[in-house]
Write a protein that binds this ligand. Structure first.
Ligand SMILES: [Zn+2]
Length: 177
């Protein structure tokens, strides 16, 4: 691993999110609409996976979290496409001088089964993040013994690699030891 300036050239980020299932709204996971009798409630489109990916990316570059950048009390984000939040996180990753190496995720939900949709979700996340599909993990588990059968939970980790020194760090170069 290369060490540049005062820090490592790689960053890790972790994101977590949960939303409650509600009847009468579409279910969107990873930007894919999945046929189901309930969708995920929330101020935006409730896309639990895109929210966790967004927070993982923001965390990796020590940016404010998704709830701070896109306040649920702000009417601009009512029913918003969560791809908008992800795009802002990607912009911040790029301006910090990093690119995504890989994304891994675990969804925890009782239903619907994610297996039949995993390939479509992987393709969608690949399209939204410009990361190759073979660098995106989409895993799912049922919430055994957790009592969260009416919720969808997403855990995400991302690895970032420095591709260019951001302008604000150039002054640190002379401090290399
Ligand atoms: Zn969320």
């Amino acid at each position: 691993m290369q060490i540049r300036g005062q820090g490592f050239s790689m960053r890790i980020g972790y994101g977590w999110d949960s939303h409650e299932f509600k009847r009468g709204i579409p279910l969107k996971i990873g930007g894919v609409e999945i046929a189901h009798d309930k969708g995920l409630g929330g101020h935006s489109d409730g896309d639990v996976l895109l929210h966790a990916i967004t927070d993982a990316l923001l965390g990796a570059v020590a940016a404010p979290d998704i709830g701070t950048l896109f306040s649920p009390s702000d009417s601009r984000w009512k029913g918003a496409d969560s791809a908008v939040f992800l795009a802002e996180a990607l912009r911040r990753v790029k301006s910090a001088g990093y690119k995504i190496v890989n994304v891994d995720s675990t969804l925890v939900l009782a239903a619907p089964k994610i297996g039949p949709h995993a390939a479509a979700i992987r393709e969608s996340v690949s399209h939204l993040t410009a990361v190759p599909p073979d660098c995106i993990g989409i895993k799912a588990k049922t919430p055994e013994g957790m009592g969260t059968d009416n919720a969808a939970i997403a855990h995400v980790v991302v690895l970032l690699e420095m591709v260019s020194s951001p302008k604000t760090r150039k002054s640190n170069k002379k401090q290399r030891s």
